[in-house]
Design a protein around this ligand. Structure first.
Ligand code: NAD
Length: 360
């Protein structure tokens, strides 16, 4: 029996509801794959602020660092929106990414045939879309120095952020991009703004220099404005996209929306080999529906599947969860966010029960 230590971070809003369903599912599949999960819950976000005054208590970070993987739900809510930045829930999330050195964020955007009509784009444009966005997560303009709001010599305020990447930062994310493309359709598109930004020119040079190591991967480059356009014009041309922090933030949300519902999208954030990754849904804490048993737990369940595949090396167990998700959709079960005519509307718990039945 293989034992895996998983830190659970349910967080705020709908987080505890979707986490409860996901833990049930993981426990249900464990014996089938001869796995033992040792779950330990820890505080992050608003609940951590309420309990300790800190959105990422040091014991949470230590707990995460000592586990094999971290399963996170979502953080944030109206209650904490007006706190100083250092005490906001989002600061806890950034601290977790930095503390675990999670430099690579993998976000799949896959159109499921059962949900094709939930997309805002035409069926023929999105049918068959299967994109993986690999976003650099710990560098670029969100972290570059100097940053801040300064007063210049004329007394005028000036806001400053710095977009910077070192060669090694580019090389390690490029490597994740190439390796990911190699395991998928063998096509990697690097997105930058090399026609204007020096930092992007270095990005493009390093990625191009790495390409000969991956002769089986077809590399292309796009400027970010064109990439945004192509994503909504002809998304099927993309297989794997690798890009920096800011561009990845925007493009991964646009790619996500091709699929119709944010309640369906998982993500993985990976650090150095052997270090724990964080697996979480793309959506937030949905405070508007929290505590009402309306949340869609499928993105959280699919995040657990990514955890099984990328962190715990259990592809068969991952495929089993993914299959259960397809089965419940085929059976017509829908939460409110993906509901359409003729389908059966269910809440979060009932969706969990349908998943358990599908697994059985
Ligand atoms: P959100 O993703 O929480 O919600 C956007 C809309 O999608 C809402 O109408 C919500 O009801 C719906 N939705 C989201 N997830 C759903 C699900 N699983 N099932 C059904 N419907 C779902 O984004 P927001 O409203 O911009 O942010 C709410 C809070 O979440 C804010 O405090 C924000 O800072 C935080 N947030 C956290 C994360 C994270 O934890 N990684 C990400 C984004 C936003």
């Amino acid at each position: 029996m293989t034992q895996h230590r998983i830190t659970l971070l349910p967080g705020d809003g709908i987080g505890p509801e979707i986490m409860a369903v996901t833990v049930q599912i993981l426990e249900a599949i464990a014996p089938r794959f001869d796995l033992e999960f040792v779950f330990t819950e820890a505080l992050i976000g608003g609940v951590a602020i309420d309990a300790t005054g800190n959105p990422l208590p040091p014991e949470t970070l230590t707990q995460c660092q000592n586990s094999d993987a971290v399963l996170l739900a979502a953080i944030g809510g109206y209650k904490w929106d007006n706190l100083p930045r250092a005490q906001r829930p989002e600061t806890g999330l950034l601290g977790l990414r930095a503390g675990l050195d999670l430099f690579a964020n993998l976000r799949p955007a896959t159109i499921l045939p059962q949900l094709i009509d939930a997309s805002s784009l035409k069926r023929e444009v999105v049918e068959g879309v299967d994109i993986m966005v690999v976003r650099e997560l710990t560098g670029g303009v969100y972290f570059g120095q100097p940053k801040g709001i300064f007063t210049d010599e004329t007394g005028q305020k000036r806001g400053v952020n710095t977009m910077a990447y070192t060669e090694s930062e580019i090389d390690r994310i490029a490597q994740v991009g190439f390796e990911t493309a190699r395991k998928r359709g063998g096509k990697l598109c690097s997105v930058d703004k090399a026609n204007v930004l020096d930092v992007s020119q270095l990005w493009r040079d390093r990625i191009t220099a790495m390409a000969p190591q991956y002769p089986d991967v077809e590399l292309s480059h796009l400027y970010v404005d064109n990439a945004a356009m192509q994503l909504v014009r002809a998304p099927k041309q993309f297989d794997t996209i690798v890009t920096g922090n800011l561009f990845g933030d925007i493009l991964s949300d646009a790619a996500a929306m091709l699929t119709g519902s944010i309640g369906m999208l998982p993500s993985a954030s990976l650090g150095a080999p052997g270090k724990p990754g964080v697996f979480e849904p793309v959506h937030g804490s949905a405070p508007d529906i929290a505590g009402q048993d309306k949340a869609n737990p499928l993105a959280q369940v699919l995040s657990a599947a990514m955890m099984l595949r990328y962190a715990l090396d259990q592809p068969a167990a991952a495929a089993c969860l993914e299959k259960a998700v397809i089965t419940v959709l085929d059976q017509g079960y829908r939460t409110g966010d993906i509901m359409s005519e003729g389908m059966t509307l269910v809440g979060c718990q009932a969706m969990g029960e349908a998943l358990l039945k599908a697994l059985a």
